[in-house]
Design a protein around this ligand. Structure first.
Ligand code: ZN
Length: 637
């Protein structure tokens, strides 16, 4: 392959101009390419598709950098410029999908003799044209365009309200009894003798997990579950109405039907069936573990009849500590951030046959580390790790694209955006890190596709979580952890502790599945029916699916960010997990580094990106179609 350059990022004082140049430059190029294609369409289908690919590359480049910088750049002006660039990219994409002349060119191509991947690209282009409504009359096309713009703006408003609504509670130091000492050291009382704690993850999760005081946990749960309220309730109503109209204009019954058409699951009605299947499969395990939580809570509060939302994390941790002898505070002493980060790179490098070489390159914030990705000595990509919280930054954990790779044209570059503590990490955070890294590796390894459309994490959306969820297994393996999990005294995490951690983690998998199905039902139901009172409907769904009651006065949906990105498809997490468990069954649990299976997985599942249907990738790897068996067996264990 050709030696490709990495994208040169700017120094801080040039960030704003650089961003606008990059986005508008690529958008202008896309516009010129479209004009050229329309003015003089080549007669050969391959030539048309090549130009189509050039357009996709330019548009993708503008989209990647703007959606990344809107979430991570430390300068508010850059974030705002990036948001506005995203709107231009989105508007251009919408125009493209509704461009009748382009559609006529692409749909009129003679496709005989096209090689299979070009034929797939052609089919995909036609499908996307149809889904954007290009074949409808002019009035409908104009309305679809308006809808797309409004949906994007409304989604951005929803995300911004979550990001910027950081809430705080104040408590006395003794109300924080139970929290780890290093956390307490960094949360001292102010002059009024009270400690301020925010709803950001590094505060909220430890408080909900460790605070002995039920009132403190309750106050935090209430604050956490009202982020975005009330503003986002109305924003969501607008978003759902826009999506419902969008689907209806295109002739679909619901947004879920429109959205599911391009997923593995295929139809909106199948989502409900899937949710019910998982709900049923997880029932016995959920009941069993719920009873354990309740019994333990009754030791503290003899009259207790329910496990509340503010109790779940705390009593899960208590049960893990007491019944599985897993002490979260002891566990975290083995997970020093710097060693974990290096360990992750070593483990994934060994598994996938890659080397990560740290490079000195301009980055958007001093916390960010850049690495070149080498395979057989050749650079195949670059990654950036942006792993600590700061003001105005994305609050969750996710992989973003900086550049999507195209064979011999551009190097894949991806970014991990997380919010971890700088010192000791919770093991959960280590698992999250492995998870997100699974997306990053997928992005890089699938970055040598010829066609931009199939580059990177470009499989059906309900499959994309499978590689990342499968990689979590490596963060639970004693041999793997032994390679980097050492405490300040240099002692390696004991294997029997890791085994107990695994058993402890499996505690609650049934009720966790039910909570996930509650979220999935919210995401589906809000997109298939109109509800005047979203909170009231939320309560009904919680009562039906979750093992835990609604917490009075809260509005979980107003900070449920996935309602924007995943829309009706939150089920995809669980769908992917079913497939992840199946794929993992092909690995030797006693030797997770066994090279043959890891390479087969890399080459048959990750490297092809979106060039084949996910079901085909999985069966190419497993040698058979995927099933629910491994997942069901794990639940029953
Ligand atoms: Zn993920």
């Amino acid at each position: 392959m050709t030696d490709l350059h990495a994208l040169a990022l700017p120094a801080a004082d040039h960030a704003l101009t650089w961003l606008t140049d990059r986005c508008d430059g690529e958008l202008d190029r896309a516009r010129q390419l479209v004009d050229r294609l329309k003015a003089a369409p080549p007669t050969s289908a391959t030539d048309v598709l090549q130009q189509w690919n050039d357009i996709a590359i330019a548009l993708g480049n503008a989209g990647s950098v703007s959606s990344l910088m809107a979430e991570v750049h430390p300068q508010p002006a850059v974030r705002e410029a990036a948001e506005s660039a995203m709107q231009r990219v989105d508007a251009f994409s919408t125009d493209l999908g509704l461009d009748r002349d382009l559609f006529d060119i692409v749909s009129g191509l003679p496709t005989d003799g096209l090689e299979p991947s070009a034929r797939r690209l052609h089919e995909r282009a036609l499908r996307d044209f149809r889904r954007s409504g290009v074949d409808r009359d002019e009035g409908v096309r104009a309305r679809l365009k308006e809808l797309a713009e409004q949906e994007l703006l409304t989604g951005q408003e929803f995300g911004r309200n979550i990001r910027e609504d950081v809430r705080t509670i104040t408590v006395t130091p003794d109300q924080l009894a139970g929290l780890p000492q290093d956390w307490l050291d960094s949360h001292r009382a102010g002059e009024d003798g009270r400690v301020t704690v925010t709803t950001d993850y590094p505060d909220a999760i430890p408080v909900r997990t460790f605070a002995h005081d039920p009132q403190t946990r309750l106050a935090m749960a209430e604050a956490f579950l009202t982020v975005g309220w009330p503003a986002n309730d109305a924003v969501l109503q607008r978003l759902f109405a826009l999506r419902a109209e969008h689907a209806s204009v295109l002739g679909y019954d619901t947004w879920a039907d429109y959205d599911a058409e391009v997923k593995m699951i295929g139809a909106g009605s199948e989502i409900g069936a899937f949710i019910d299947r998982i709900t049923e499969l997880s029932g016995p395990s959920a009941q069993r573990d719920h009873q354990v939580l309740l019994t333990r809570k009754q030791q503290d509060e003899p009259g207790a009849t329910a496990v509340e939302a503010s109790d779940v994390q705390y009593y899960s941790e208590v049960v893990r500590r007491e019944q599985y002898a897993v002490d979260g505070q002891l566990v975290r002493t083995y997970f020093d951030f710097t060693r974990v980060r290096q360990g992750l790179l070593d483990v994934t490098g060994r598994l996938f046959g890659l080397t990560w070489q740290q490079v000195e390159a301009p980055v958007w914030h001093e916390d960010v580390a850049a690495y070149d990705v080498l395979r057989d000595g050749a650079r195949i990509g670059r990654i950036y790790l942006d792993l600590h919280p700061r003001d105005g930054k994305y609050k969750h954990a996710a992989q973003f694209d900086l550049v999507r790779g195209v064979r011999d044209r551009q190097l894949p570059e991806g970014v991990l955006v997380c919010n971890f503590n700088r010192g000791l990490m919770e093991h959960d955070e280590v698992v999250t890190l492995f998870h997100e890294f699974g997306h990053l590796v997928h992005h890089v390894l699938a970055g040598e596709q010829e066609w931009m459309t199939f580059s990177g994490v470009a499989t059906e959306w309900d499959f994309v979580e499978a590689p990342s969820q499968m990689l979590e297994e490596w963060a639970w393996d004693a041999d793997v952890l032994a390679t980097f999990a050492t405490n300040a005294e240099g002692e390696t995490i004991p294997a029997d502790l890791v085994h107990r951690m695994r058993e402890a983690d499996d505690f609650g998998k049934g009720f966790q599945a039910r909570t996930q199905m509650f979220y999935a039902a919210v995401s589906l139901d809000f997109h298939v029916a109109r509800h005047d009172d979203l909170t009231a409907r939320l309560r009904q769904l919680q009562a039906k699916y979750s093992m835990f009651p609604y917490l009075a006065g809260t509005h979980m949906h107003t900070a449920f960010g996935h309602l924007d990105g995943y829309s009706s498809g939150y089920y995809t997490y669980m769908w992917s997990l079913v497939i992840a468990k199946d794929m993992f069954s092909a690995f030797d649990r006693d030797d997770l580094f066994a090279p043959a299976v890891a390479q087969r997985y890399r080459d048959r599942v990750l490297v092809p990106g979106g060039s084949k249907d996910a079901a085909v990738l999985v069966s190419n790897f497993l040698g058979r179609a995927y099933t629910f068996d491994a997942y069901a067996a794990w639940l029953a264990e």
